[in-house]
Design a protein around this ligand. Structure first.
Ligand SMILES: [Zn+2]
Length: 416
C-alpha cells in the first residue's frame, strides 16, 4: 500500500455536527473543523432569495488541528430573513500559504414564528401509573408535538376520522413525582419550543397504593434463573442473580420501550382489552419486591405487570386485536410476545413455553398466541402480562374497563 502524504495539499475538513433543517429565532449550529495547519478564517452565511447575510465568523486565526465552533443563526440577529427556503453555508480557510478552503452547504427552512398550541379545556384526572388522552391543536410549522410528562414524551397523532386537530395518549408513570404537570408541547426544530399545561386534577384519595412484598429466593429458583439466563457465567451465584435481576431487567425494559416505534398510526382495536380467561392475579402492577435470600435482602425491584396464573401450559390469549411486533426470547421475560394496538399502545406477555404466532402476524382479541410456561425469571407457570404506552409501562387495569375506555378515550376520539 502506498503511503499518501496529504499535508502539502491539506484543506480544512468541515462537518456540521448539528442536523440543522430549520432556522428559527436563534438556532444553535455546531461545526467541527480539522486542518493540520490550523484555520486562518472561517465564517457562516445564510443565503436567501439571492442575498447573502453574514451570521458568524471566527475572531482570529488558529494553529489548532481541530476546532469546534458553536454559534446561533436566525431571525434575532438577521431580521431580514423571511419564512421559506434558505441555504446555510460554512466556509473555512487553511492557516498556511496556500489558503486552501473548504465549504459546506445545507438547505434549511426559515421559520420566523414559533408554533402555537391550543389545548382542550377538559379537566384531566391523573392517576399514578396510568394513562389518559389529551386533544389539542398546533398552528404554525412544527416538527414534533405531543404531551410531555416530566422527562417522558408521548407523540401527537392526527385526530382519526379526518377531524381537525391532534391527540396524544399519555402516561403518568408509576415513579413520576406527583408534582409533575403534564404539558402539551410543539417544537419546530429551530429552538422554538412552546408548551401549554393541561388542566389536571390529581384525586389524592383515589391514587393507587402499591404493595410491598418480600420474595424468598430459594437455591433452586436462583439456580434455575442463573442457569437459564447466565449459562456461561462464573462466580458468586447471588451476584449473578442480582445482576440478572437488575441489569438484565433494565436492558430488557429498554428493548421493550424501543418497540414504541413499531406502532400503527391508527387504532387496531375497537373493544375493551380482555384479561386472560379464568386467571388469578398472583402479582399486580408496581408491586415493590424485596428479594430475600437466606434471611438477607439481596435486591429490590418494582414489578411492572400482572402475574396471571391459570394452569400449566394454558393458551395465552391476545388481550385485544393487534399486530405482533415481538415474538422471541427476552431475558427475564423469557419467551415473550409484544402486540401493538396502535398509537404506541402495546401489550406484553412473558414466560411463555411456546409460540404459535410470529412477528408481523395480526391477532384477534382472545386468540391463542402460544402456551404459558416459566421461561425467564419465573418460579412457576404463569403469564406476565404488562402494557406500555409510548414505551412507558402502565397499569393495564383501566384498559380492561369498558367505562374507563369510554370516558377517557372513545368520548374524545373516534375509535371506529
Ligand atoms: Zn411478572
Amino acid at each position: 500500500m502506498p503511503v499518501v502524504v496529504l499535508t502539502r495539499s491539506a484543506r480544512p475538513v468541515l462537518d456540521l455536527t448539528t442536523d440543522v433543517k430549520t432556522i428559527g429565532q436563534a438556532t444553535p449550529v455546531s461545526v467541527h473543523a480539522t486542518d493540520p495547519r490550523g484555520i486562518r478564517s472561517a465564517s457562516a452565511t445564510l443565503e436567501q432569495n439571492g442575498t447573502s447575510y453574514a451570521v458568524w465568523q471566527v475572531a482570529q486565526p488558529s494553529k489548532a488541528k481541530e476546532s469546534w465552533w458553536n454559534f446561533t443563526a436566525g431571525v434575532r440577529t438577521t431580521p431580514q430573513l423571511k419564512d421559506g427556503k434558505a441555504k446555510l453555508i460554512v466556509e473555512a480557510t487553511s492557516n498556511d500559504l496556500l489558503h486552501k478552503s473548504a465549504r459546506v452547504e445545507r438547505d434549511v427552512t426559515v421559520v420566523t414564528q414559533p408554533p402555537t398550541v391550543s389545548v382542550d379545556s377538559e379537566q384531566h384526572y391523573i392517576y399514578i401509573g396510568m394513562a389518559d388522552l389529551a386533544t389539542f391543536s398546533v398552528s404554525g410549522a412544527y416538527t414534533a408535538a405531543g404531551v410531555r410528562v416530566g422527562d417522558q414524551s408521548f407523540r401527537a397523532w392526527p385526530m382519526p376520522g379526518g377531524k381537525p386537530g391532534l391527540f396524544s395518549l399519555y402516561a403518568f408513570a408509576w415513579n413520576m413525582p406527583q408534582t409533575t404537570i403534564p404539558v402539551v408541547f410543539a417544537a419546530n426544530g429551530a429552538g422554538n419550543d412552546v408548551t401549554s399545561p393541561l388542566t389536571v386534577v390529581f384525586p389524592k384519595k383515589e391514587q393507587p397504593h402499591y404493595t410491598v412484598h418480600q420474595l424468598q429466593i430459594s437455591d433452586q429458583f436462583m439456580q434455575k434463573v442463573v442457569g437459564e439466563l447466565d449459562p456461561n457465567g462464573t462466580g458468586d451465584m447471588v451476584a449473578r442473580f442480582v445482576k440478572i435481576n437488575s441489569e438484565m431487567r433494565k436492558a430488557n425494559n429498554k428493548t421493550l420501550a424501543e418497540l414504541r416505534f413499531k406502532t400503527a398510526d391508527h387504532f387496531l382495536f375497537s373493544q375493551p382489552f380482555q384479561r386472560q380467561s379464568h386467571s388469578a392475579a398472583e402479582a399486580t402492577f408496581a408491586d415493590l419486591r424485596h428479594y430475600m435470600y437466606q434471611g438477607k435482602e439481596i435486591d429490590q425491584q418494582v414489578h411492572l405487570g400482572y402475574d396471571l396464573a391459570v394452569t400449566q401450559h394454558v393458551g395465552v390469549e391476545a388481550s385485544n386485536d393487534g399486530r405482533v411486533v415481538w415474538a422471541a426470547p427476552l431475558g427475564i421475560y423469557g419467551n415473550c410476545i409484544v402486540v401493538d394496538h396502535g398509537y404506541g399502545l402495546q401489550t406484553i406477555y412473558g414466560h411463555m413455553s411456546h409460540f404459535d404466532v410470529h412477528e408481523g402476524d395480526m391477532v384477534k382479541r382472545g386468540q391463542v398466541m402460544g402456551q404459558s410456561g416459566m421461561t425467564g425469571m419465573a418460579g412457576g407457570d404463569h403469564i406476565h402480562f404488562a402494557m406500555q404506552l409510548d414505551g412507558v409501562q402502565i397499569d393495564p387495569k383501566e384498559w380492561w374497563d369498558p367505562h374507563w375506555i369510554q370516558d377517557h378515550v372513545a368520548r374524545r376520539v373516534e375509535m371506529k
